[in-house]
Design a protein around this ligand. Structure first.
Ligand code: GCU
Length: 691
């Protein structure tokens, strides 16, 4: 069970340096009266032990009753179980909190002063405990606490694109999958540590297998032999493995879901069809759901990629996505499970941007109430910057989930230090006008119980978990934003850096600024910054890449011709702009009002179209590409300036990645600029682009 050769990420629990602070923490927390019983409380105790040992130099003394002779102590539990809580906090305040909420409060009880962590659920106690530990790791005072927390989003789920049995990870850049299905139900310590990382952020669901359940959907040479795949996890003999994994995550308040294959009734059940309106198919799903819940009583539900990129779905039987999803939903409903049905589909329309809306908007209101339609943040595919998906403003009768990508499929993979939090803030703050002005995506999502945020995972077997140490920040930031989308990017970043690298102000400031600036740089050298996208190399099916530049490979996404560049997606073009609520349609339809960063997404404009500051489109593209590379060089230089301030191992690892990052940014700049020049034949005013 012991494997300790991997990083602790932000749960390092380094000793609190400041003597005064450490003494005050010790005085208040060294004695802990912690409720017992639920498995989550075991996790709480273990975490206190680990956290205090690191932060304070000693484990807490645990009590099963209030320690009468101790003046100050910590109390963790539910109100009805513990007098220091029930006699100081109105239980109604706790019971009316959202299920995952919690309170951390300093109270006077009899002659004692107690730091109380209480919550309506066991999971809430786990979250509250991690919050308290975070305060200590951040060096915050705890003398007079009064914290009331509730998550903004009910579901906060990680989707792993991990391929069971073979342990490869689709779009994973941090080594093989941490989930070892061959050896399950044998458990690994790493599952526990992963659960701890997630619980510290408030993540409450995981899907451990890829949405592409019918692997190989993109075969590699090795895959030819390997046929065991994600769809098989629903097999009776594999449910025990799923339960073993679920039992680890359950202790940390995390429910386990599975990606399922729409043709499961055929592949697993031996039926002739998977037609959702066929009674035998309906019965099969019900029986399967009953069986799953027998083994995994708190099972979360099914995630489905249907009728997309070769995966089967209801279209095979001329049924709609709603008909397709509802049969699964009905099977899960008696057990409290939910279907997360992905909107990542294609339709007949020439422009991919309009396709998801075209497919899903007409069936708003037709989904069963335990179905959530999971929508990628933008209409294309996790590009460096996309406009926000029109579906967020278009399905008021349906529970919606937003799918974000933590792994950097298009943002430099495991190499480039591209921090996604500023991008996610932009997405969540975007005003959809769904319910008039002032309906940002974050409110659309937070509005209903069956909604939430799902993130495509980033971790793998690498010792640093994420390919590049700095990219751990994307997992951290994702979880924190799911919990509280009102946090600013700056707040989240500061928290992450301090817990990961300590409190040296030079390091905190430098790393924070680097992260916060990295996304802009990434957009510039990957796209030219005016809303172009999808210019990456794809490659043979066996070697899909999405890392190197190849703007000529996808002409329909770029729209470069002799006379101009960009794609006309206005109301009179492909019509994407018209899918937005009224004021947005007008905003995007007019090149004069369309935000510059999305200009060429919505418009095909002459190369020498003048931007408000007098610069032409083609010149701006050149300039941004060059600026992007300069920005990456600057990031590298700033990191290099931290030598000696960050431990050598992490310092060198990241420094090497920055060397590659610079080279790769230059390759993108050169490929893009050459492409712009070839089509426009307009020279760069500064003579940097070869003619
Ligand atoms: C992209 C990605 C695929 C993934 C797909 C999806 O196309 O490149 O690897 O399977 O999105 O989200 O389903």
């Amino acid at each position: 069970m012991f494997e300790t050769n991997y990083d602790d990420c932000w749960l390092r629990y380094e000793r609190v340096d400041d003597d005064e602070l450490r003494t005050s923490y010790r005085q208040r927390l060294s004695h802990a009266y912690v409720s017992e019983g639920a498995p989550e409380l075991g996790a709480v105790r273990a975490e206190l032990g680990r956290g205090f040992e690191g932060l304070l130099g000693r484990e807490p003394h645990l009590w099963q009753h209030p320690p009468r002779s101790i003046e100050r102590f910590l109390v963790i539990g539910h109100p009805e179980e513990m007098r220091p809580i029930s006699e100081t906090i109105d239980p109604d305040e706790i019971w009316t909190l959202a299920e995952d909420g919690y309170v951390i409060r300093t109270v006077e009880w009899e002659e004692h002063e107690c730091t109380v962590v209480t919550a309506p659920s066991d999971r809430g106690l786990v979250y509250g405990t991690f919050h308290l530990l975070r305060l200590l790791a951040l060096g915050e005072p705890i003398d007079d606490l009064d914290i009331v927390e509730e998550p903004a989003n009910n579901s906060r789920i990680l989707n792993h694109w991990d391929n069971p049995f073979r342990r490869s990870v689709e779009r994973g850049y941090a080594g093989q999958s941490i989930f070892d299905w061959e050896r399950l139900p044998d458990l690994r310590e790493r599952y526990v540590d992963y659960a701890r990382l997630l619980a510290s952020l408030g993540i409450n669901g995981i899907v451990p297998n890829n949405v592409n359940t019918g692997i190989p959907s993109r075969p590699t040479a090795n895959d030819a032999v390997a046929e065991r795949a994600g769809w098989q996890l629903l097999e009776s003999e594999n449910l025990e493995k799923v339960e073993a994994l679920a039992s680890v995550f359950r202790r940390y308040g995390i429910r386990t879901y599975l990606s399922v294959n729409y043709a499961a009734p055929i592949r697993l059940g031996g039926l002739e069809t998977a037609d959702p309106l066929d009674p035998e198919v309906q019965q099969w799903w019900q029986d399967k759901a009953d069986e799953v819940y027998d083994v995994i009583p708190d099972f979360g539900g099914f995630l489905v990629k249907a009728d997309s990129e070769g995966q089967p779905g209801p279209y095979d039987y001329d049924r709609s996505h709603a008909e397709g999803a509802n049969v699964l939903a009905e099977a899960l409903e008696p057990h409290g499970g939910r279907v997360w049905w992905r909107a990542f589909v294609y339709s007949e329309h020439d422009d991919r941007a309009v396709q998801a809306y075209e497919t899903f908007e007409p069936i708003d209101g037709e989904f069963h109430e335990n179905v959530t339609v999971q929508i990628k943040n933008g209409p294309i595919d996790f590009q460096q910057r996309e406009p926000i998906s029109t579906l967020f403003g278009a399905m008021p009768e349906t529970d919606l989930g937003c799918e974000l990508q933590l792994t950097g499929e298009y943002t430099g993979q495991g190499v480039h230090a591209t921090y996604h939090v500023p991008m996610w803030k932009e997405i969540l703050e975007f005003d959809t006008y769904a319910d008039g002005e002032g309906t940002p995506v974050k409110d659309v999502l937070a509005d209903r119980e069956g909604q939430g945020i799902a993130g495509v995972g980033i971790v793998g077997e690498d010792p640093n978990w994420t390919g590049n140490y700095l990219l751990q920040s994307n997992l951290y930031g994702f979880g924190r934003l799911c919990w509280d989308p009102d946090l600013t990017a700056e707040e989240i970043t500061d928290e992450w850096v301090r817990q990961t690298f300590g409190h040296d102000e030079t390091v905190v400031e430098t790393v924070s600024d680097m992260l916060l600036e990295s996304w802009d740089a990434c957009i510039d050298y990957h796209t030219g910054g005016l809303g172009l996208m999808h210019m990456m190399y794809n490659g043979e099916a066996a070697l899909e890449n999405h890392y190197d530049p190849a703007p000529e490979e996808w002409p329909e996404y770029v729209g470069a011709t002799g006379d101009g560049i960009g794609v006309d997606r206005t109301s009179s073009g492909s019509g994407y702009a018209a899918q937005y609520r009224a004021p947005l349609t007008d905003l995007y339809d007019d090149p004069e009002t369309c935000p510059e960063e999305l200009l060429l997404f919505f418009h095909h404009l002459p190369w020498e179209y003048e931007l408000p500051d007098g610069t032409t489109v083609v010149q701006r593209l050149y300039d941004n590409c060059f600026d992007g590379v300069e920005a990456v060089r600057e990031l590298r230089a700033r990191w290099n300036g931290l030598e000696g301030r960050v431990d050598d191992r992490r310092y060198r690892h990241v420094a090497e990645r920055f060397d590659e990052h610079v080279v790769q940014a230059e390759r993108w700049r050169d490929a893009l600029c050459a492409y712009f020049y070839d089509h426009s034949t307009v020279a760069d005013e500064n003579g940097r682009v070869p003619r």
